[in-house]
Design a binder for this molecule. Structure first.
Ligand code: DGL
Length: 285
């Protein structure tokens, strides 16, 4: 892309619905920006896949998003950010950001005792990336990672407030409680949806960090810095469809499978109505 169009959308992708927690923050923080969201619902989960596979998937998704003329890309998935950000960012001429730096920075600023817990998929925790990034920011920090593989299916099943979720969460978190952490990074797209359960189990003294929030702020700053922010007035002037839903062009949703299921989930967590989700064959990219 030689000259970046300010009115072009931002591409946001994830392995599935979880990245909508990041899209939701972007919608809240920079409502004027347009978004093309892609959820790789056919190939989820990424959390238990190898680095090579996640890099290959991420490259395909970026090729697809480029066909939608996006001006920047946010890798909303923690696993894809851990495994693929560095590689794919070096291969494209538009800005690409992930969620790890933002989450790590917030946690390092929040901790008082220098002991931080990180929960995420097996891929994210196994990569050690949160520890690496936080230690680069503050070398004396102690980081304790814990993979919580059952959280994603629990969220996908809608068991956000359920005794089964409570039981599993308390088992996972007991390891971290024994480490006297005062800050916990929710290092997976799905975990902010379990925030109340996690907060209750960790207790008031532990600050929960949602990287989605900081990522939206980082995107806002990045677009401004590059001079490619959309005029806030442009967002306000967007027409609403007769049924009250937002202009379809403002937020577009694509998946690789199960479009209707995605739409139902998206409608349950996004502040604005989701009109439709289109299914594409990502293997073609
Ligand atoms: N989006 C993934 C992440 O944030 C969680 C779901 C998956 O394993 O694909 O790591």
């Amino acid at each position: 892309m030689s000259k970046i169009d300010k009115n072009a959308p931002v591409g946001v992708f994830d392995s599935g619905v979880g990245g909508l927690t990041v899209a939701r923050e972007i919608m809240r923080q920079i409502p004027e920006e347009r978004i093309v969201y892609f959820g790789d619902t056919a190939r989820l989960p990424y959390g238990s896949k190898s680095k090579d596979t996640v890099v290959r998937y991420s490259r395909q998704i970026i090729r697809f998003l480029r066909t939608r003329d996006v001006k920047a890309i946010v890798i909303a998935c923690n696993t894809a950010s851990s495994y693929a950000l560095e590689t794919v960012a070096g291969e494209t001429d538009i800005p690409v950001i992930g969620v790890i730096e933002a989450g790590a920075k917030t946690a390092v600023q929040a901790t008082r005792n220098g002991r931080i817990g990180v929960i995420g998929t097996e891929g994210t925790i196994g990569s050690g990336i949160y520890t690496e990034v936080m230690r680069r920011m503050r070398p004396d920090i102690e980081v304790f990672g814990k993979a919580c593989p059952l959280f994603v299916p629990l969220v996908e099943e809608g068991l956000l407030h359920d005794s089964v979720t409570d039981e599993i969460a308390s088992r996972y978190l007991s390891v971290l409680k024994g480490k006297y952490i005062d800050t916990l990074v929710l290092g997976c797209t799905h975990y902010p949806l379990l925030r109340s359960t996690l907060g209750r189990l960790m207790g008031e003294g532990v600050t929960l960090v949602n990287p989605a929030y900081e990522t939206a702020l980082e995107l806002k700053a990045l677009l401004r810095e590059r001079g490619i922010s959309r005029d806030p007035e442009a967002g306000r002037n967007l027409p609403e469809a007769p049924d009250g839903s937002l202009d379809e062009e403002r937020y577009q949703f694509y998946v690789s499978d199960l479009a209707e299921k995605f739409t139902d989930f998206a409608r349950s967590i996004l502040p604005n109505e989701v009109k439709e989700t289109r299914k594409i064959d990502i293997e073609n990219y």
